[in-house]
Design a protein around this ligand. Structure first.
Ligand code: GDP
Length: 458
């Protein structure tokens, strides 16, 4: 078995700094493997082998020359009850970068190997403490940018997705068994179930799996957040709106048209979501090459955005350039905004657009309505509930889609009286794809790719 270009030996003792780099109150060095206690015993003042599991002990770390390195707290976690499922020792030392590195050096000199990224979680996976979907949830938990993403990662780590996949597997295994029996005794035809019953079971399972695939839309928003792009003619108030949404002065607000030459980006939290907001150069015909480049980038940002805020100046009314812009935007993801309503505009033309908001970026009027409209557009059937199982990972989505496709082939085959040998092949393929989500039947390349995204020490 290769783990990120390094042979993997089960039980090999590894060590790494588990806390982020930099200065802090405390830093943690984690040691895991068969020899963890031996390594710790060589460098720690206390009698490591006498300690019970899950106990903490104060003492000193000494290097091989007997020199004092640091005063530390040592935490012992034995065997299956640790994160990795192996003997684990954590050394809580002082949190300076130099002192932490020195303690790690002493640990490595005592016989541990420097851990690779994600190797502790990899050990947990290999030792059956968690499955692959749960291992991926650990990484999502660490990277979660907002409360909702954190909630989804926590639920996945607790096994919500894995349990759902196991339930699918169990149903499909039963169907597969019936089909296999048919292969073995073809003259007896389908036993244990009628053709219709099998078809219905397959239909129900495929539908449930499709529901999970569809949750990816919401899952992705929770996980990655949203990109929102502000567009509009120069001086309509895009930068002012960006500042109002961010609640700080990020973009330069100026009465001179064409001030925003490039795409400005910033991040904010809106209704518990992570949002990347970009304020684009005013899209209009420009002669100057810098401004032309800005406009090219604006168009690109508009295409890539999850949501577009098209800003219009209510004081000026609808101008020719605004009409051009209205022709360019995809309405399903665009909120048209009449800005500057504090100037009491009269006789605004009636716009036939699905999402329209009146506001004043300067006076911060109408922002709540904008927030609500954003919510309406992004959640297909309302925001997901806390209990809902969502998939946030493309790998899981693809495996589910492949699995469903195989199921659909079985259904078509059944209806067209295809020989059961072929049906069982598709059935097996469907189960194989499902297994990839939780980590059975997974190639080493994929494993390496998944764990190499982790940080060292996790
Ligand atoms: P941009 O070129 O579209 O980014 O527009 P700016 O945000 O730079 O604003 C252009 C001008 O319009 C500035 O003088 C702003 O103070 C003004 N402005 C922006 N929003 C409002 C608003 O809601 N009400 C009023 N009265 N003026 C605004």
């Amino acid at each position: 078995m290769e783990f990120i270009h390094q042979p993997y030996y089960p039980g090999e003792t590894i060590a790494a700094i588990a806390t982020p780099p930099g200065e802090g109150g405390v830093a943690i060095i984690r040691i895991s493997g068969d020899q963890s206690l031996e390594v710790a015993a060589k460098i720690f003042s206390g009698s490591i082998f006498s300690y019970r599991s899950h106990t903490a002990h104060y003492g000193q770390i000494y290097n091989s020359s007997g020199e004092h390195v640091d005063d530390v707290l040592v935490l012992i976690m034995l065997g299956k009850r640790s994160y990795t499922g192996e003997n684990t020792v954590e050394i809580h030392c002082h949190g300076g970068s130099l002192i932490t590195r020195k303690v790690l050096e002493v640990v490595l000199a005592a016989g541990a190997r420097a851990a690779l990224p994600g190797e502790f979680t990899f050990k947990a996976y290999m030792n059956g403490k968690i499955d692959l979907a749960q291992a991926e949830a650990v990484q999502e938990l660490i990277c979660a940018k907002n409360e909702k993403a954190l909630g989804a990662a926590e639920s996945q780590l607790k096994g919500s997705l894995s349990n759902r996949v196991l339930a699918f597997q169990s149903t499909l295994t039963q169907i597969a068994a019936i089909l296999e029996a048919w292969v073995d005794f073809p003259e007896e035809g389908l036993e244990f179930a009628t053709m219709d019953e099998l078809d219905q079971d397959l239909e129900r399972t495929a539908k449930d799996m499709e529901k999970l695939v569809n949750s990816f839309h919401n899952g992705k928003i929770l996980h990655d957040g949203l990109s929102i792009c502000l567009i509009g003619c120069p001086n309509v108030g895009k930068s002012s709106l960006m500042n109002a949404l961010l609640d700080k002065d990020r973009a330069i607000v100026s009465p001179i048209p064409g001030t925003t030459r490039d795409v400005l980006e910033d991040h904010l939290r809106l209704n518990g979501l992570h949002i990347k907001l970009s304020d684009t150069a005013g899209i209009r015909e420009a002669n100057e090459s810098v401004e032309q480049e800005g406009i090219r980038r604006s168009k690109k940002a508009m295409q890539e955005a999850d949501l577009i805020l098209l800003v219009l100046d209510a004081h000026k009314g609808l101008e020719k350039e605004d009409q051009e812009l209205l022709k360019q935007v995809p309405f399903h993801k665009t909120i048209v905004i009449w800005n500057k309503i504090d100037l009491n505009p009269r006789n605004l033309p009636c716009l036939e657009v699905p999402f329209l908001v009146h506001l004043s970026a300067k006076e911060k009027i109408g922002l709540e309505e904008l927030h609500q409209t954003i919510d309406t557009i992004i959640w297909q059937d309302g925001p997901p509930s806390k209990e809902e199982i969502l998939i946030t990972n493309v790998r899981h989505k693809e495996a589910l889609i492949e699995s469903i496709e195989s199921l659909r082939r079985v259904q078509i085959g059944l209806r067209h009286q295809v020989s059961p040998e072929f049906l069982t092949l598709d059935m097996r393929q469907s189960l194989l794809e499902l297994g990839k989500i939780i980590g059975t039947n997974i190639s080493e390349d994929i494993l390496s790719a998944i764990f190499s995204k982790f940080c060292i020490g996790k």
